[in-house]
Ligand binder design. Structure first.
Ligand SMILES: O=c1ccn([C@@H]2O[C@H](COP(=O)(O)OP(=O)(O)O)[C@@H](O)[C@H]2O)c(=O)[nH]1
Ligand SMILES: O=C(O)[C@@H](COP(=O)(O)O)O[C@H]1O[C@H](CO)[C@@H](O)[C@H](O)[C@H]1O
Length: 214
């Protein structure tokens, strides 16, 4: 039987996440039976994201300038060769190994081409966001062909999640939604303060809107 660890790479796109990424890395870095590699793509951060990630033993790909989430994922894809990829946001709170195994199961077992993780019982605000729009979750496991064939990946910025879900639908591929209990993430307003956070949120909505209908 083929070892799962030779099949799956974990890719974490990260932009200025030095205060958050350690919480995620300390959970995933020991999962040697599950991932061939843990790759952090530091998307032109101006903080210590790369140094912190290296301290936890992750492989770090450092982009000189900020490319946006889609560009960071594209760089991670180019840097690995496994047939399956796991994508995670760097700012999760409450992540456990069983979340990742639950998320991977439908794809590794061939029932789905992609699975999408939906927060539940994490926090009201983030649960609600994913109930309303499950297609924009950052927690996914997918077959690499899906990313390789996605048009405009490198320029999609925050539109990448919406575009990936739409791409799978267009290709008529089976997608699984997996409930991830007790998981949440840090909101932009918490990272950047109310005014800057809200401005970043509006920019994110614009980047998602741009890919809709493409
Ligand atoms: O230009 C960017 C913006 C975001 N991200 C990463 O993409 C993930 C999701 O972004 P963010 O946390 O801002 O979104 P939220 O989870 O708040 O929606 C996080 O790991 C970010 O660090 C990135 O790599 N490049
Ligand atoms: O839930 C949401 O409304 C957004 C913004 O989350 P925050 O409130 O800033 O944590 O987060 C989701 O959408 C982003 C864009 O597609 C993805 O990058 C995130 O992974 C996803 O959680």
């Amino acid at each position: 039987m083929v070892e799962v660890s030779t099949l799956n790479t974990l890719i974490i796109p990260a932009y200025n996440e030095s205060s958050n990424i350690g919480r995620v890395l300390q959970v995933v870095i020991g999962m040697r039976d599950d991932f061939q590699e843990v790759v952090v793509v530091d998307d032109g951060s101006t903080d210590q994201t790369s140094d912190v990630s290296l301290q936890y033993g992750a492989r770090v790909i450092r982009l000189e300038t900020n490319q946006g989430k889609g560009g960071a994922i594209a760089a991670g894809l180019r840097a690995c060769g496994t047939p399956f990829l796991t994508l995670l946001d760097a700012d999760l709170i409450g992540l456990r190994p069983d979340h990742l195994r639950l998320l991977a199961a439908p794809v590794l077992q061939g029932e789905a081409a992609m699975s999408m993780g939906i927060f539940s019982a994490g926090r009201k605000r983030t649960d609600w966001a994913q109930k309303v729009a499950p297609s924009i979750t950052g927690q996914r496991v997918l077959r690499r062909e899906l990313l390789e064939t996605m048009p405009g990946l490198a320029n999609a910025r925050y539109g990448v999640d919406y575009a990936l879900t739409a791409h799978a639908k267009r290709m008529k591929l089976p997608v699984a939604e997996v409930i991830l209990h007790d998981l949440t993430q840090i909101m932009k307003e918490e990272k950047l303060g109310l005014t800057k956070g809200f401005a970043a949120r509006l920019k994110m909505y614009w980047e998602i809107f741009r890919v809709m209908g493409k």
